[in-house]
Design a protein around this ligand. Structure first.
Ligand SMILES: [Zn+2]
Length: 400
């Protein structure tokens, strides 16, 4: 067998095992289209390399009706300890997981501010990762790799942060800076991609081939999973759902363009509208936002109309996504506490009303609340993928 086929087979098998949790060899052959003999040879190779192991419990094969339960294969947790970290507006959250994704320790530390120099941010990330390692009962020397989730535009393949609110500079080779600071192989990506990866590995997207993850924080993010993989575009700048245009010559967005979705639903956009009211006095944005939402709930007409427009625009954006991707599932994901109104059953019903009628029900939309530590676990999952790919490549051309 030529090397590329062999290597592709290894990647495909490891990916199927990761997706399934535990899977019988007969099902690996069926799902990858590889012969039973090739599956046997490659899984033996992966076991010898310490990447997978037999699962302690038998698993049902195929549809569960044919044949006896089989020995399952699973990722070998002890193969590596892996770290992931999420840079949020005011904090860094870090998590340590084993190679199978099991959470072993976590830590959250305050971040001195936004727009840091790369070296300063890398130093903060290293401190947070070391704190999580200590919580997991290990040290930095035990960690095999670190994944980092950054807001903004990230070229994951090149390891370059094109633009991020966390960094003072553009086109920053942040992966290299991070590797120098932490002394580990590092992997960086856009945070919405990594929350999609967290859903794929640990969350609502486990076992689902095509789904979308929409996050609303200070900006609006989108992660796209197609064929069981995160889709990253060609320049690392795809999936800019927040900057989908919803109005010609519309409201001014923070990106400098007009009519973007974010310019109608982000907190700053709602507060900008609220500030047009006579006698309005702006204070702390978080408090002002909470007050605006409370007024809307109490039926104050201007506040209610600002919030209702945000709901309608968000629903229209989601319907556009459904009409383009026809996904199995849309996950509205993140902490969500502040943006509850956007996740209302009323909004989800509006989406169904604007979806192309295919004669079948529209995709399910689920709400999945979680905190920054889940984003950190998504970053760790990315590091697991990166380390697994390196390990597979290092196996070379040996074996049949
Ligand atoms: Zn924009």
């Amino acid at each position: 067998m030529i090397r590329d086929q062999r290597s592709q087979g290894r990647h495909a098998i490891l990916a199927e095992i990761r997706k399934a949790g535990a899977i019988a060899r007969v099902d690996l052959a069926q799902r990858t289209g590889l012969s039973q003999a090739t599956v046997t040879a490659i899984t033996a190779e992966l076991m010898a390399a310490g990447l997978i192991e037999e699962s302690p419990a038998l698993v049902a094969a195929g549809d569960g009706r044919r044949g006896r339960p089989r020995v399952g294969l699973q990722l070998r947790g002890a193969a590596h300890l892996v770290a992931g970290a999420k840079v949020a507006d005011r904090t860094i959250s870090a998590a340590i997981v084993d190679f199978a994704g099991k959470l072993l320790g976590e830590a959250t530390r305050p971040l001195p501010g936004k727009g840091l120099e790369a070296e300063a941010l890398a130093a903060e990330l290293t401190v947070a990762t070391a704190a999580a390692a200590s919580a997991a009962g290990c040290s930095m020397a035990d960690i095999s790799g670190l994944g980092v989730a950054l807001a903004g535009i990230v070229d994951a393949g090149a390891g370059i942060a094109r633009w991020s609110p966390a960094l003072a500079t553009r086109d920053t080779p942040f992966r290299a800076v991070m590797e120098a600071a932490a002394g580990l192989p590092c992997f960086i990506d856009n945070d919405a991609n990594l929350v999609a990866m967290a859903e794929l590995y640990f969350g609502e997207g486990k076992g689902i081939e095509d789904f979308l993850v929409v996050t609303v924080e200070s900006g609006v993010g989108l992660g796209i999973v197609l064929g069981g993989r995160v889709y990253r575009g060609t320049r690392g700048s795809g999936a800019e759902f927040g900057h989908m245009k919803v109005q010609i010559d519309g409201a001014l967005c923070r990106c400098g363009q007009r009519g973007c979705l974010e310019a109608y639903i982000a907190d700053y956009a709602l507060l900008r509208e609220a500030a047009l009211r006579p006698g309005y006095r702006a204070g702390d944005p978080q408090e002002d936002m909470a007050a605006l939402l409370a007024q809307a709930r109490a039926g104050e007409p201007m506040a209610a109309s600002i919030v209702a427009r945000a709901e309608r625009i968000f629903a229209m954006g989601l319907a556009n996504l459904v009409n383009i991707f026809d996904p199995q599932l849309i996950i509205l994901s993140g902490e969500l506490a502040q943006h509850d109104y956007l996740y209302d059953a009323k909004v989800i019903a509006m989406v169904a009303g604007q979806t192309v009628q295919a004669g079948t029900p529209p995709p399910e939309i689920v709400v999945h609340r979680w905190d920054d530590l889940m984003w950190a676990r998504g970053a760790a999952a990315y590091a697991i993928e990166g380390l697994a790919a390196r390990a597979l490549d290092s196996l070379g051309e040996d074996a049949a």
